[in-house]
Ligand binder design. Structure first.
Ligand SMILES: Nc1nc2c(ncn2[C@@H]2O[C@H](COP(=O)(O)OP(=O)(O)OP(=O)(O)O)[C@@H](O)[C@H]2O)c(=O)[nH]1
Ligand SMILES: [Mg+2]
Length: 474
């Protein structure tokens, strides 16, 4: 062979080798892949119960049959799953939650106070057609974080300067019930000369009374959601910050050392040092999003509660904004391709109302859903119960058979059988809201066994999994 021939064969060998390396790399990549699932939901929307139940069912999916509409599990293709959360510096307290739900009587997990992480490794057999090309089995790593719902409330602040934030708050505090509940605090704020030299004691007093005010607005009968700064609602958080809710913004330059300068600096510090790192670390890189919403709470509490939750959710979702203007989009390449809105606690209503619950959720998040659709993101609404705590029953009333529910009340632990009522498919009229037509009660959990999980332990958790992850098990 001449020099030319040898050179050709050497280049050929190099190519084959490169190709072989590339194939090995591809095979390696295709046997392990990751899915980051963002679980977003306001406080008490059901995040912790959802994560606990999801992980528990997945860890048993290779032998329990509890997820009949989750194809990879129903088809017997899950080889096994492992909880790798212990590798994190903040592992999700799965065992603690399961112990609480598994004991007699069972109890719900406490409200979350800090961030924690779940990592699950799910090994599965590929579908028959792909085995020959890609190999027999592969592993999907599923990452989820849990955190206090209050932290989510601050997300919209990332886009706002102090003055804009105060203006938004002013508009909120113009309306009832905030206007009346906050009247004396508002009067105090209006007495202060905000250009005068700052008095830290007065700022502390106003911050503390504002935090108390937020607690009142969050509690019954108001049950409002859009309460910022969200961390002011958490016990032990020393956030000395409040909005300047003034009829007109103080004119002129802001003097150094003034009340206004100090408060503005605090706001910016809070936004940059507390809120931004949380979002950048945990919400800037995820693949799919699940938005949990407690719709029934708003039906119980009335129109102000509904509108406020709707505003809070839309504000939060706009910040993620999957579209052109979202600030996360400007900072990071977007990856989210699918969002599921789930109306939680569907076991609080009878099965024939689940469809209505889907529709009611659509009413609540219609603006966000429309924007996402415009950006080409696939969305869906689904009523779910992470842990079904009621049983279907029937009652005869005036010769008619009514669908009822049986369960234990959360507040008194007393067993009840009741007809919880219908979920409207349109926004209730002013009369319906005020006549207390809706009274869905909260239930104590039904015991969740450590093993032998069944489909009756949840509502549609398997359909949710199929929608969020089904296409990943290839
Ligand atoms: N019946 C029923 N109740 C549920 C279910 N999921 C959650 N709940 C109720 O909702 C409450 C709050 O659930 P969590 O999962 O703690 O809510 P969270 O979103 O983690 O709340 P924070 O940690 O405060 O942000 C529970 O204490 C239960 O009363 C469910 O599937 N069925
Ligand atoms: Mg929680």
């Amino acid at each position: 062979m001449g020099i030319g021939g040898r050179l050709k064969s050497w280049i050929g060998d190099q190519r084959v080798e490169q190709l072989r390396d590339r194939l090995a790399e591809l095979a390696e990549q295709s046997t392990e892949h990751h899915l980051r699932l963002a679980v977003t939901g306001l406080s008490q929307s059901g995040k912790t119960v959802f994560i606990t139940s999801l992980v528990h069912h997945l860890l048993h999916a290779h032998r329990s049959g509890s997820l009949p509409f989750f194809d990879v599990a129903a088809g017997g293709r899950i080889i096994g799953s492992r909880d790798l959360s212990a590798q994190s510096s903040n592992p999700f307290p799965l065992q603690q939650a399961l112990t609480g739900l598994g004991q007699e009587p069972p109890h719900w997990p406490a409200s979350t106070r800090q961030l924690s992480e779940v990592r699950l490794a799910i090994r599965y057999r590929r579908p028959p057609g792909l085995r020959r090309v890609l190999g027999e089995s592969a592993t999907l790593y599923l990452d989820i974080i849990d955190y206090p719902g209050e932290w989510l409330l601050d997300l919209p602040m990332l886009e706002l300067g102090f003055e804009q934030w105060c203006e938004n708050q002013r508009r909120l505090f113009e309306r009832e019930p905030r206007l009346s509940v906050a009247s004396s605090w508002l009067a105090r704020v209006r007495e202060v000369d905000w250009h005068a030299s700052a008095d830290p004691a007065l700022l502390q007093e106003l911050s503390e009374s504002f935090a108390k005010l937020l607690q009142v607005l969050r509690s019954d009968p108001y049950a409002l959601s859009l309460l910022q700064p969200g961390r002011c609602l958490l016990p032990g958080e020393l956030v000395q910050l409040f909005p300047l809710v003034l009829p007109t913004w103080p004119a002129g330059e802001i003097p150094d050392g003034s009340f206004l300068a100090l408060l503005k600096a605090r706001y910016e510090r809070y936004r940059e040092q507390v809120v931004r790192p949380f979002y950048l670390q945990h919400f800037s890189r995820f693949d799919r999003q699940l938005v949990l919403v407690d719709c029934l709470k708003t039906l119980n509490r009335g129109e102000a509660c509904f509108t406020d939750m709707q505003r809070a959710l839309n504000g939060i979702l706009q910040s993620f904004n999957y579209g052109r203007n979202g600030f996360l989009r400007r900072l990071f390449k977007p990856r989210i391709d699918r969002v599921l809105f789930a109306s939680t606690k569907a076991d609080h209503v009878t099965a024939n109302q689940h469809h209505n619950l889907d529709r009611f959720l659509e009413l609540m998040i219609q603006d966000a859903q429309r924007d996402m659709g415009f950006e080409g993101i696939e969305t869906r609404c689904m009523a779910i119960a992470s842990l079904r705590s009621t049983q279907a029953a029937e009652a005869q009333v005036d010769g008619q058979t009514l669908s009822c529910l049986r369960g234990w009340r959360k507040d008194s632990d007393e067993e009840v059988a009741l007809f919880p009522g219908e979920v409207p498919t349109e926004l209730p009229s002013a009369d319906d809201w005020t006549q207390e037509r809706f009274r869905f009660i909260d239930f104590a959990p039904r015991r969740l066994p450590q093993h032998e999980l069944q489909p009756s332990h949840h509502i549609r958790l398997d359909q949710l999994l199929e929608y969020m992850t089904g296409d990943q098990f290839r």
